[in-house]
Write a protein that binds this ligand. Structure first.
Ligand code: DON
Length: 596
């Protein structure tokens, strides 16, 4: 089944968890309830390789002033140093973004795109969309053959799958608008890491090993990501001189070097040579979009989350439905919580896949989807005692009108917060580089609807609204989010994981707000996910007990256990003590939360 591939790519990152050493009990937030709401599930089952007792004892990294969390420890340290040098959260985010492109080449990137959600200490919330766009020569049937069948692999393994990248313009635009440091200052650590190299840790090797075979297919990739034809080993130093050169071009020439200079030329030359459709005009025309994030309320908290072309609406729709039920009383992982969470997700994904797309091209009926009437209707359609087949759930407004990624979260001492998810879609994207540019290009074109009704790599069955059009941005699931309490930062959260990003991010919020978990418990807790189609509920090991599974199966649910998915890199500010909790997801052992 196609959805397995990218999910397993994320899951392969699983390893014995790297829990922070338990710290003093002050780490338990004052807002946290007793663990009673979590204990309804059995205590001795495993959560993706760890015992439930171990997961429940998990403690976050604590800090007084500022925090950086990312899924690669060198990148976290880069961000922390920028903050300690007096940079703000935006400076740090840009530095982490460039550093991730070096030390986390599967996911961190300058060949893809993403989203940045920003909360400024002055109270303003802003959103930056630097997602990839369809090339100008793209057509709705790009990935179909003459008979109208979707050609497997065309959107993921060929140059046709490459969208016009936005990461460089996005990072540079964020720095220019809200940063305080120069591009030279924030790029220096990334350039050094690329030129001098960095020591690979077991967590890095696990990620590289997922595509070792593919690296051998392209000499320019093998030259960097294989060591004389052999896989890299832990303890060895990975140097990337070509990437260092590319980064220096950007550092000196700014975005122009990428979009109207040697880098665009190298990409277009390689694309032409290998049957792609990218043009120099695609790069010259590329623009980022500054806009307002979506905001919704849940139990007194404000969730600040991406608008279309991403899926913050889906997060809000699920939360709006769930607000009508006593989740804290029912508890994490209980039959009722799971039932209502899964049904809310089923409806919200049906709406997402039917009505959402790039707002520059299609109308997104956000107001109607989140309206009290629509939420009440969804609640009324949820049967209290059984699962509703997905075939009976349609987008709720009638006909529409119109394995990769990485998350990092930063909070500075002034109260500015940045949540970034950016991606090249699969781990190592399309698996190809242009000439000697030294970086992987994305295969994000697969996020478009290749054909209405045919699932994409993440199993998402999407409609016309998200069909390919020149210059359009594909609908995304990436939802870098910030949760505010009384206008101040309470949480910074987000994750990779394709379609599961939405539930992973949402569950990190529920786990804290409703189930009283600390930040580390909340990201480590086993997850549950439903996305309308396929009509199955994905669960990580440890989410269900034998009893809850039996009860939910009686209600008509079909479960599929997946090894693990996502990597929520999150921050929580205790509203009473102001202690900052940082949590690197145990599913990313190379990651790190660090603060001061
Ligand atoms: O934007 C999206 O929804 C996807 N391109 C994200 C891909 C992803 O998270 C891959 N990681 N597992």
């Amino acid at each position: 089944m196609r959805i397995l591939i990218p999910l397993l790519l994320s899951g392969l990152l699983l390893a014995p968890p790297a829990f922070a050493a338990p710290q003093d009990d002050a780490a338990t937030p004052a807002h946290a309830q007793s663990s009673a709401s979590m204990s309804s599930a059995a205590l001795d089952i495993t959560a993706g390789g760890i015992s439930r007792a171990e997961w429940m004892a998990a403690k976050p990294v604590l800090a007084r002033h500022a925090m950086v969390v990312s899924d690669q420890h060198y990148a976290t340290e880069v961000g922390l140093n920028i903050l300690k040098q007096g940079g703000n959260a935006i400076d740090a985010a840009v530095a982490v973004g460039y550093a991730q492109a070096v030390v986390n080449p599967c996911c961190g990137n300058i060949g893809g795109g993403g989203f940045m959600t920003i909360h400024l200490a002055n109270g303003k919330n802003v959103f930056l969309d630097f997602r990839e766009r369809a090339p100008l020569k793209a057509t709705p049937t790009l990935f179909q053959d003459a008979q109208g069948n979707v050609v497997p692999g065309r959107s993921t393994k060929t140059w046709l799958g490459v969208g016009v990248p936005g990461s460089v313009m996005g990072l540079n635009a964020a720095l220019k608008k809200y940063g305080t440091m120069s591009l030279k200052q924030v790029m220096a650590p990334a350039i050094k890491l690329a030129r001098d190299g960095f020591v690979l840790q077991p967590g890095d090797i696990k990620v590289l090993d997922t595509r070792t075979k593919d690296f051998a297919e392209h000499p320019n990739v093998a030259a960097v990501f294989l060591n004389h034809g052999q896989p890299w080993k832990a303890g060895e130093v990975l140097k990337q001189p070509e990437l260092a050169h590319t980064l220096e071009l950007i550092e000196k020439g700014g975005s122009k070097a990428y979009y109207d200079g040697p880098i665009a030329r190298a990409i277009v030359t390689a694309s032409d040579k290998h049957g792609g459709i990218l043009s120099l005009k695609d790069f010259r025309d590329y623009r980022v979009v500054w806009t307002k994030p979506l905001e919704c309320r849940y139990h007194g908290y404000t969730i600040v989350t991406p608008p279309p072309p991403s899926s913050g609406e889906t997060v809000c729709e699920i939360l709006r439905v769930l607000a009508g039920y006593p989740l804290p009383k029912w508890g994490y992982g209980s039959v009722q919580t799971t039932h209502y969470l899964v049904e809310a997700e089923r409806h919200a994904f049906a709406d997402r896949n039917t009505y959402l797309g790039d707002p520059a091209f299609v109308h997104n009926p956000i107001g109607r989807l989140l309206s009290t009437a629509n939420i009440a209707r969804i609640r009324s359609e949820i049967q209290p005692d059984h699962a509703t087949p997905s075939s009976e759930v349609k987008g709720s407004l009638g006909a529409p009108e119109g394995l990769h990624t990485t998350q990092f979260s930063i909070l500075d001492a002034k109260g500015n917060a940045v949540s970034v998810t950016y991606s090249i879609n699969y781990l190592f994207g399309v698996g190809m580089m242009a000439g000697d540019t030294g970086f992987f290009l994305n295969n994000t074109m697969d996020d478009f609807t290749s054909k209405p009704g045919v699932p994409n790599s993440f199993g998402l069955v999407q409609g016309h609204i998200n069909e390919i059009q020149p210059g359009k941005i594909p609908l995304s699931s990436m939802v870098p989010s910030i949760v505010l309490k009384h206008g101040k930062v309470f949480m910074v959260t987000g994750s990779p994981g394709g379609s599961t990003i939405i539930s992973t991010t949402l569950e990190s919020i529920l786990n804290v707000v409703d189930f009283g978990m600390n930040m580390q418990q909340a990201v480590d807790a086993p997850r549950v996910h439903m996305q309308w189609y396929p009509d199955e509920v994905f669960v990580e090991p440890g989410y269900l007990t034998p009893q809850t599974r039996a009860a939910l199966e009686q209600m008509g649910y079909k479960f599929k256990t997946m090894p693990a998915w996502g990597a929520d890199e999150a921050i929580l500010v205790n509203p009473v003590t102001h202690t900052i909790e940082g949590a690197n997801d145990r599913r990313r052992p190379a990651g790190l939360a660090a603060g001061y």
